[in-house]
Write a protein that binds this ligand. Sequence first.
Ligand SMILES: [Zn+2]
Length: 319
Amino acid sequence: MRRHLTGILLVGCLAMSSPAASVEEETWTKRDDLLGQFGWDLASAEIKTEKLAEGLYVLFGIGGNIAVSIGDNGTLIVDDQFPELMPRIEAAIAEVGGEGVDFAINTHWHFDHADGNLAFGAAGTWLVSQANSRAKMITANTINLTVAQYRQEAYPLEALPVITFGDRMSFHWNGEQIDLFHAGPAHTAGDAAVIFRGQNAVHMGDVFNNTGYPFIDADSGGEIDGMIVFCKAVLAELEPGATVIPGHGPVTDVRALEEYVNMLESVRARIDKMIRSGMTLQEVIAEKPTKDFDARYGDVAKSLGFVDRVYTSLKKGTR
Ligand SMILES: [Zn+2]
């Protein structure tokens, strides 16, 4: 099934060319340092598999959750983590009856969801993303995580999606319809939700983070208002009882996604009001606009600048 092999993968050769030296470069956090900051150890990472339904699994490793569709047509995955993990990801897929990966859909261009393209693309997997995400992968980008400035280098040709879409695209695959869905800028400017109609499940990418407050890539086109619009658009697509796969964290349900939307709307409204009253970012943070949600979503000070990114996003908007 898989596209003809285009080359032999040597993980050691995957290091991308260094960026030109600049003053800015000194403030960038390198990949392995950032992974260390997150407590992510590629060398010891194990891939854990959860079966959601017949033919649909989620793999948990390091980085974004991977959805896996396995059936008569072959294997399709959503997000692909890191190139070093490819042998372990393929072994986990083999354990549940898959062989290789025919298609890998990126929910967006961030390294912890798409760097695996460097290995899978080189091995012949067809890569798929929303058009804006491919456009980001072509160039180097600095992701302002607020706790770090992460430099994501441009991907080489073999790691770029060969298929892109605008608002919608469907796979007719393994006896079901798999819909790729984009509802405007949200976590980034190129997010895709992937809806597995046959199993009534959706992979939300990082538009929905189930580990705590989400990160909004407000310096690269992400928007708090878009996060809310995107989640509501997906909710309107889902059937009752749908399984919700977040970008990170445990698999959950529609109710958890609805509660998350409620939290986003409440915090957004509070911060908007504070901005209108002339408060600075520091004043807004000091006011603790998330405090009644912290029991559910964790210490906001440990998030990737959730209040900062909501504030920044609203200040950038056409309010
Ligand atoms: Zn992300």
